[in-house]
Design a protein around this ligand. Structure first.
Ligand SMILES: [Zn+2]
Length: 168
């Protein structure tokens, strides 16, 4: 897979084909190694320089979703400002042809960048805790407490009713 190609890892210089997005050794986003194409080299190098190496460790995990390619790319840009590399994946289960910009995207980041990415996106109101019940354990507590009180009150009322039936 990592023989020859127009892409290269900015850290270890391994060459990759266009299908690859990250170096399989370092996890670094690949850049154009191209000959003479000054513009893509400059842009890609600029992007690669922003990436913090400590955010490139680990498996790719889904940190957020975009409703379409444009929104997902906007989120990618925000992550990159924090030094977080990311890739986009078409969200599974949406049968939109690959060449269309429509359809939701998953934004994947290396595991090491998940927490800072999540925090940053939460601050920016890009993601919510709605789908992640274990993210903020405190939030569910008042509701659970209320349900507990209702069950306790209901149980007491039932007991009173039963006693009333027995004595009456
Ligand atoms: Zn590499």
């Amino acid at each position: 897979m990592s023989s020859e190609g127009p892409l290269a890892c900015p850290r270890c210089a391994t060459k990759y084909s266009l299908e690859e997005r990250f170096c399989s050794e370092c996890g670094m986003p690949l850049v154009y190694a191209g000959r003479g194409e000054q513009k893509p080299i400059t842009d890609a190098h600029g992007r690669a320089r922003k990436v913090k190496p400590q955010y490139t460790e680990g498996e790719l995990v889904r940190v957020a979703g975009g409703h379409n390619q444009a929104e997902a790319e906007m989120i990618q840009g925000m992550l990159l400002e924090e030094g977080i590399p990311s890739i986009l994946r078409r969200t599974r289960g949406f049968d939109v042809p690959d060449f269309l910009a429509a359809g939701p995207r998953d934004i994947m980041v290396p595991e090491a960048a998940y927490e800072p990415a999540r925090r940053m996106l939460l601050d920016a109101d890009i993601v919510s805790n709605g789908g992640a019940p274990d993210a903020l354990p405190g939030i569910g507590s008042p509701a659970r407490l209320l349900i507990g009180v209702l069950i306790a009150v209901g149980g007491a009322a039932l007991l009173v009713w039963l006693l009333y039936q027995a004595t009456g």
